[in-house]
Write a protein that binds this ligand. Structure first.
Ligand code: ADP
Ligand code: MG
Length: 589
C-alpha cells in the first residue's frame, strides 16, 4: 500500500519514537515523555488559540484539575489509577464547560484577562482548599501499572504518552478537514458563520471543552507519573509556558503542538547545561538567553516553527471535491411571481437619529430587485434589518409570508436567506473550496465528535462536491485549491456569491457587490447575476452604483434620508424627478 508523501514525516517521527528507548539514553527518553505530555496540552491550545483565537493564559489549571481529581479519588474513594481517568476527564470537561461558558462571552483584553483570572483562581484553590495538602500538595499517588508492569519506567511512560498523543493528533487532524472543522476554523468571524446558520457560541464552547479535556488527560498522566500533586506546576507560569510552547511551534497546525514542546524542552536542557559553563557561574542566565532566542525565533518565523519547517517537507494536498457524490438536500423553491420578501413600515432609529422610516416594498420570487440610494440613505441599515443583524424599531419583514424580523441571523439563514458582505468576509488562509463549503452548513448535520472520529466522511464529500458545483457555476472552478486571500477583490466578491449559493437560498442578498470593481469585472458580475436569475434565483441587491443596476434589475427601490422616494422599473425610476433631484443630481455635484 502506497503511503501518501505528506504522511511520511509523521510516520518517521512515530518510528523514531518507538525506537527511542532502544537507541537513546534514559534522560532523553524521559525528556521525550515530558515533551509528549506538554504536546497534549498544546494540541488543545492549537484548537483553542490557533483555530478559534481564544488566547488562554489558564490552561495549566485544567491540567491541575485532572491531576488533583485523580489523586483525591484514589485517596478518598480507593479507586485504582485507571478508574480515575473518567473522573479526571469529567472534572476538567465540566469545569471547561462552566468556565468556557463564562469566558467566551468576553472579548479582546477582557477575554485574555478572563483566562488569567480562572488560571490564578484555580491555582490558589489548589493551594488553599482543605484536604488538598496546601502548597506542599499530596504525596503517595499510586503509579500506573498495566499487566503487572510499572508504567512509570521512563520508556514505558513515554510510549504510553505518545500513543495517546498520536490518537489525539489523528482525531484533531481529521476534525480540521471535516464540516465542523471548517466552521471551527471560521469562528474568528462570528458574524459571517452565523449568517450561514452556525451557532458560533456553542461551537466555541465545544472547542473550549475539548482543550480542557486534553489538559485534564495530561494532568491525570502527570499525577500518576510523578506520584505527587502540588499547585506549582499548575500555576500561571505553567500556563504561560504552555502558550509559549504552542506559539513557538505554531498554533496554526497540530504539528506545531509537538514541535513547540520538543524545541523548547531541548533548548532549555541544552542551555541549562551550557550557559553556566560558559559564564563560569551558576544563575539564571539561561532564562535570559532563552528569552532572547525565543524573540529571535518569533521574528524569523512569526507563525511559529511548523509552517517554517513545512516548506521543506511534502505538503498535505488541499481538500478536493469528489468526482461524484449524493447531492445535498435542497429547498422547495418559492413559486415564481409570489411575494418572496415583504417589507412593511420598516424603521430603525439609532438614538435620536432616524436611519430608516416607513419603508415598504416587495421582492417577488424570480426577480432581481435593487435597493439604491446615495451614501447614508439607509441601505446597509435595511440590509441588516432583513438579515437579522439588527432588530427593527418598527415595522415587519416577512419571508414567504412568515415573519422573520424577530429572528437572529442564523434562523433567518435557515429559512432560506443567504447573503454576501459589503466588506468581503472570507477566510483568507482557507481554500476557495473550503470557504464555499461553509455555505453548505445548514444542509449537513455532522458535529465535532463525528468529525474527529471520521464518521462524517460521506457528508463531508457531499459538502465539498456541492461547493465545487457552486464554484463552477460562478466561473471560479479552476481556483478551488487556491487560498481565498490570493484572489483579486472582484473574484473574492464572486466567491462570496458562490458561498451564499451553496446554502441553496430562496433569496440571495448582495451588499454593494460592485463596489471597488473595475468595469470589466462589473460587466462579468452583471452577466453572472443574469444567469442566476435565468436559473430561478431571486436577488435583492443593495447598490449605490446606478449604472450597474440600471440594465440589470427588474425593479428598483430608491431610498433617501431613510425613506422610500421611488419604486418601479428602471425606466420609470430613471425619469422620476425626485430621483433625478435627490440621487443623480447629488452625484453630479
Ligand atoms: P447607506 O448604506 O445607504 O450608505 P447606512 O444604512 O449605512 O446608509 O446609514 C444610514 C444612516 O444611519 C446614516 O446616517 C448612518 O450614519 C446611520 N447609522 C448607520 N448605522 C448606525 C449605527 N450603528 N449607529 C448609529 N448610526 C448609524
Ligand atoms: Mg452602506
Amino acid at each position: 500500500m502506497a503511503v501518501p508523501a505528506h504522511r511520511i514525516p509523521a510516520l518517521v517521527v512515530a518510528l523514531l519514537i518507538v525506537l527511542a528507548p532502544w537507541m537513546l539514553p534514559v534522560w532523553i527518553v524521559t525528556l521525550l515523555g515530558y515533551v509528549g505530555l506538554y504536546s497534549i496540552v498544546c494540541l488543545g491550545l492549537v484548537l483553542l488559540t490557533g483555530m478559534v483565537g481564544i488566547t488562554s493564559f489558564g490552561q495549566a489549571a485544567f491540567v491541575g484539575l485532572g491531576a488533583y481529581v485523580s489523586a483525591l479519588s484514589i485517596i478518598h474513594l480507593g479507586l485504582s489509577p485507571w478508574l480515575t481517568l473518567p473522573l479526571s476527564l469529567a472534572a476538567s470537561g465540566l469545569a471547561g464547560a462552566l468556565i468556557g461558558w463564562l469566558t467566551i462571552r468576553l472579548s479582546g483584553h477582557y477575554l485574555v484577562l478572563g483566562t488569567m483570572a480562572w488560571g490564578l483562581g484555580l491555582f490558589y484553590l489548589f493551594g488553599n482548599l482543605q484536604g488538598l495538602g496546601g502548597f506542599n500538595g499530596l504525596s503517595g499517588v499510586p503509579r500506573l501499572e498495566a499487566a503487572g508492569l510499572s508504567l512509570v519506567e521512563p520508556a514505558r511512560f513515554m510510549l504510553l504518552v505518545w500513543a495517546l498523543l498520536a490518537i489525539l493528533l489523528a482525531g484533531t487532524t481529521t476534525l480540521i478537514d471535516s464540516r465542523a472543522g471548517r466552521a471551527i476554523r471560521a469562528l474568528r468571524d462570528p458574524v459571517m458563520v452565523e449568517s450561514f446558520g452556525v451557532q458560533s457560541a456553542s461551537l466555541k464552547l465545544k472547542v473550549f471543552v475539548a482543550a480542557a479535556l486534553f489538559a485534564g488527560l495530561a494532568g491525570w498522566l502527570h499525577a500518576h507519573y510523578l506520584g505527587h500533586v502540588s499547585p506549582s506546576p499548575f500555576g500561571i507560569n505553567a500556563s504561560v509556558d504552555y502558550l509559549f510552547m504552542a506559539v513557538i511551534g505554531g498554533t496554526g497546525s497540530p504539528a506545531g503542538a509537538v514541535l513547540g514542546p520538543a524545541v523548547v524542552e531541548s533548548l532549555r536542557t541544552l542551555l541549562r547545561d551550557a550557559v553556566p559553563a560558559l559564564q563560569g557561574v551558576g544563575g539564571n542566565y539561561e532564562a535570559i538567553v532563552f528569552g532572547a532566542l525565543v524573540i529571535l525565533l518569533l521574528q524569523r518565523a512569526s507563525g511559529g516553527l511548523a509552517p517554517y519547517l513545512s516548506r521543506w517537507l511534502p505538503q498535505r494536498p488541499p481538500p478536493r471535491a469528489p468526482a461524484a457524490a449524493q447531492p445535498l438536500p435542497t429547498r422547495k423553491p418559492p413559486s415564481a411571481g409570489s411575494a418572496l420578501l415583504e417589507v412593511r413600515g420598516l424603521g430603525k432609529r439609532f438614538g435620536g437619529l432616524v436611519a430608516l422610516q416607513g419603508v415598504d416594498f416587495n421582492v417577488p420570487a424570480g426577480e432581481i430587485v435593487a435597493l439604491i440610494g446615495p451614501n447614508g440613505a439607509g441601505k446597509s441599515t435595511l440590509f441588516n434589518l432583513v438579515t437579522g443583524v439588527l432588530p427593527p424599531s418598527e415595522g415587519e419583514v416577512r419571508l414567504q409570508g412568515q415573519r422573520i424580523d424577530t429572528l437572529p441571523p442564523r434562523a433567518i439563514a435557515a429559512r432560506g436567506v443567504a447573503r454576501t458582505f459589503q466588506h468581503v468576509r472570507l477566510r483568507a488562509n482557507m481554500t476557495c473550496l473550503e470557504n464555499v463549503a461553509i455555505g453548505t452548513w445548514l444542509r449537513g448535520r455532522a458535529g465535532v465528535m463525528a468529525g474527529a472520529l471520521a464518521l462524517s466522511r460521506e457528508e463531508d464529500t457531499q459538502c465539498l462536491f456541492e461547493a465545487q458545483r457552486q464554484l463552477d457555476r460562478v466561473g471560479l472552478g479552476a481556483l478551488a485549491s487556491a487560498p481565498a486571500g490570493s484572489l483579486a477583490l472582484g473574484q473574492q466578491r464572486v466567491l462570496e456569491i458562490a458561498r451564499a449559493l451553496a446554502a441553496d437560498p430562496s433569496l440571495l442578498m448582495l451588499d454593494e457587490p460592485a463596489a471597488g470593481l473595475r468595469l470589466r469585472e462589473k460587466q462579468a458580475l452583471a452577466t453572472l447575476l443574469r444567469e442566476l436569475k435565468s436559473q430561478g434565483v431571486t436577488v435583492l441587491v443593495v447598490e449605490h452604483d446606478m449604472d450597474f443596476v440600471m440594465n440589470l434589475v427588474d425593479r428598483m427601490v430608491v431610498l433617501q434620508f431613510g425613506t422610500k422616494i421611488a419604486e418601479g422599473t428602471p425606466d420609470v425610476v430613471r425619469r422620476d424627478p425626485r430621483v433625478i433631484e435627490a440621487y443623480l443630481g447629488g452625484l453630479d455635484d
